[in-house]
Design a protein around this ligand. Structure first.
Ligand code: URA
Ligand code: ZN
Length: 399
């Protein structure tokens, strides 16, 4: 059974209306507020302030991109996207007390199920016919905040598993307030694994703003560097805690192509080698774990995607914890590594973030990521089709 060529966006966000209303009622970040448009005192615009110290009073926000389903579908149509796996945007429920986070998570999961189940049918994803799939699927929210009751979190995993259009969860890096290497999270990983859900690990906090200096660089440093480094540290802590060893079927997809992890995995392996306490905890060499993860292809450049796929592809050669760097691969085997690694990479857009600054038909943030996928040295039609959609159909269990 072969699958049709589909373009599937696995990194695309929404603030559901219930969440937007919640943000609108708040007086401190995260919040949505109205202010006069600069230079047009009689016209009001809504702004989204995610962090209190954001430059330029946050970003413009409105139903057109953040919560209207028909607008999400119009965006998909304009860019040739067949299916989107939609997730709530940051900061999710992180700022709420545990009981509110729990009730809002359950309500938002129901809302997201309705958002997806009421989307149009796409037809069968397989060339030989078969049941139709929808244009929208979703990733639910867990009430992961400090003081959360573990049994509440486990019940929400059960809820998400019972909602047919939700295929996983989106998760930040805080866990129950102590990060993702917290031993108390083990039942959560176990339950997510048992239900075959995908964890989409996504940043929000970046790194401490003191490292960005005083120059006015807008959002550039937090978004380009802070976000990916946050993800890198969170997933590395999870690996070092042995979570991927304990839960061998757990599916984790990293935002922004895994941040710096692919580039630093050999350094990580070397540091572990020189630290017997940490080394004794892990079943494999650090590089091996790249091949246990999934990576969105939101990297904006073919060289970066090629590099990530090579690093994933060579991971299986580092099964043994004491494995050391093999000889530099010949061009032929480098090509093979890239082909292997492409099976774990998935197209994404990060919509509705990164909108074009001037009115234009297509968003550069989309076309650039697509062009990058099409230009990776060593990827042929098969790999490109897999990264554009085939991998997502398989990993999110849509076929
Ligand atoms: N900015 C955000 O706050 N979130 C994203 O996902 C992308 C950009
Ligand atoms: Zn995102």
């Amino acid at each position: 059974m072969s699958t049709r060529k589909l373009l599937v966006d696995v990194h695309t966000h929404v603030y559901l209306p219930r969440y937007a209303a919640y943000l609108r009622a708040r007086a401190v970040a995260p919040r949505i507020f109205s202010r006069p448009v600069p230079g047009e005192p009689d016209v009001e615009e809504d702004r989204l302030l995610i962090l209190e110290n954001e430059p330029s009073g946050g970003r413009p926000v409105g139903p057109q991109v953040y919560w209207d389903k028909s607008q999400k579908l119009a965006f998909m149509n304009r860019h040739g996207i067949d299916v989107s796996v939609v997730s709530s945007a940051n900061p999710w429920l992180d700022f709420l007390p545990a009981s509110e986070a729990n009730s809002l998570a359950k309500e938002l999961n129901e809302d997201l199920e309705e958002f997806c189940s009421s989307s149009p049918d796409l037809g069968s994803p397989t060339s030989g016919g078969g049941p139709s799939i929808k244009r929208l699927y979703g990733l639910g929210l867990l009430p992961l905040v400090s003081e959360a009751s573990l049994s509440d979190v486990l019940k929400v995993i059960t809820q998400i598993s019972s909602l047919p259009h939700l295929k996983g969860v989106i998760m930040g890096t805080q866990g129950l307030g102590r990060g993702l290497d917290d031993e108390e999270l083990e039942p959560v990983w176990g339950e997510i694994e048992r239900n075959g859900l995908v964890v989409f690990l996504h940043p929000h906090y970046g790194v401490p703003s003191s490292v960005y200096g005083g120059r006015a660089n807008g959002h550039v440093l937090p978004l380009a560097l802070g976000f990916p480094f946050e993800t890198t540290i969170a997933i590395t802590r999870l690996i070092l805690a042995g979570v991927l060893d304990k839960f061998p079927s757990l599916k984790i997809m990293l935002a922004h192509s895994g941040g710096a992890l692919p580039a630093l995995s050999s350094r990580l392996a070397s540091c572990i080698d020189h630290d017997p306490v940490v080394a004794s905890r892990l079943k494999h060499n650090a590089r091996y774990y790249l091949g246990r993860l999934y990576f969105d292809a939101v990297a904006y450049g073919p060289e970066e995607l090629g590099f990530v796929s090579s690093a994933i592809g060579r991971s299986s050669t580092y099964d043994d914890p004491s494995a050391s760097a093999s000889a530099i691969p010949s061009l032929e085997s480098e090509g093979k590594l890239r082909v292997l690694g492409s099976s774990r990479m998935l197209f994404g857009t990060d919509h509705p973030f990164f909108p074009p600054l001037k009115a234009t038909d297509k968003w550069k943030s989309v076309t650039e990521n697509l062009a990058a996928i099409n230009a990776v040295a060593g990827w042929g039609d098969e790999e490109i089709e897999a990264v554009c959609g085939g991998n997502a159909l398989r990993i999110f269990d849509l076929v």
